[in-house]
Ligand binder design. Structure first.
Ligand code: HEC
Ligand code: HEC
Ligand code: HEC
Ligand code: HEC
Length: 125
């Protein structure tokens, strides 16, 4: 699997994703641990424990891949009103679709992933 990280291809690694953290025996950056996601307007920042999700899923559960090539970039780079599919033509819609669809799926299998707004968007206080 070839990872193209960012549109400017900051990092290109030729490894199988599953062996990245383990087999190298060295710290390989696989992106942020805990993240706070927000749009440019930052009206509703969302908590996202990225590492926890990485441990449970393959990268391509969330980062798009075409064939062997995975492109990692900010969702907001592409998910704008210019994208063809009106279901995902903003960062908010793309994120809600990705995050909530999976959470609903796993909760059907007796997990407890957040569905309520406040589960991701912590109340300011
Ligand atoms: C459950 C979904 C999910 C999984 C699984 C996942 N990521 Fe992410 N990742 C995200 C989201 C969402 C972002 C934030 C994107 C944004 O800021 O627009 C992100 C951000 C990143 C970033 C930072 C990108 C940037 O431009 O700031 C890197 C690097 C990254 N992920 C690598 C990985 C790798 C490598 C894996 C697999 C080992 C992985 N991710 C698995 C959802 C996921
Ligand atoms: C390099 C551009 C690009 C980036 C970066 C990108 N997407 Fe997409 N995404 C697309 C395109 C193009 C489609 C297809 C839209 C269509 O159906 O016409 C798509 C489709 C989707 C879909 C709907 C199809 C599906 O797979 O269910 C979701 C949800 C989605 N993206 C979420 C995200 C999230 C969340 C991020 C950030 C982690 C992200 N995307 C990053 C370009 C991108
Ligand atoms: C492919 C499936 C999947 C996707 C996509 C996904 N999640 Fe999750 N998420 C989970 C699972 C599984 C859990 C853990 C549920 C449990 O512990 O019972 C979880 C838990 C969480 C938690 C609670 C963590 C805790 O420690 O209580 C937050 C917050 C969260 N997800 C945010 C997000 C956000 C934000 C996104 C989208 C950027 C997202 N998730 C995308 C599967 C997913
Ligand atoms: C599974 C996690 C999750 C849940 C549950 C969730 N959201 Fe979100 N939401 C996100 C993510 C991720 C984003 C994109 C980044 C950001 O702006 O927080 C987002 C974006 C938004 C935005 C856009 C913010 C802006 O600055 O434009 C609004 C508004 C919003 N959500 C409202 C809601 C409401 C209302 C609910 C409950 C009905 C809800 N969300 C439930 C994860 C979630």
């Amino acid at each position: 699997m070839r990872i193209v990280w960012g549109v400017k291809a900051l990092v290109i690694v030729f490894v199988s994703l599953f062996i990245v953290p383990v087999a190298f025996g060295v710290e390989v950056s696989i992106g942020p641990g805990d993240m706070i996601l927000q749009t440019e307007k930052a009206r509703k920042p969302a908590d996202f424990p990225h590492r926890q999700h990485q441990e449970a899923y393959s990268c391509t559960a969330c980062h798009h891949a075409k064939g062997d090539i995975m492109v990692i970039d900010k969702c907001a780079t592409c998910h704008t009103k210019n994208i063809g599919n009106a279901d995902v033509n903003s960062y908010k819609k793309a994120a809600h679709k990705l995050c909530k669809d999976c959470h609903k799926r796993v909760n059907d299998e007796d997990m407890d992933a957040p569905i309520k707004c406040s589960g991701c968007h912590a109340k300011k206080g």
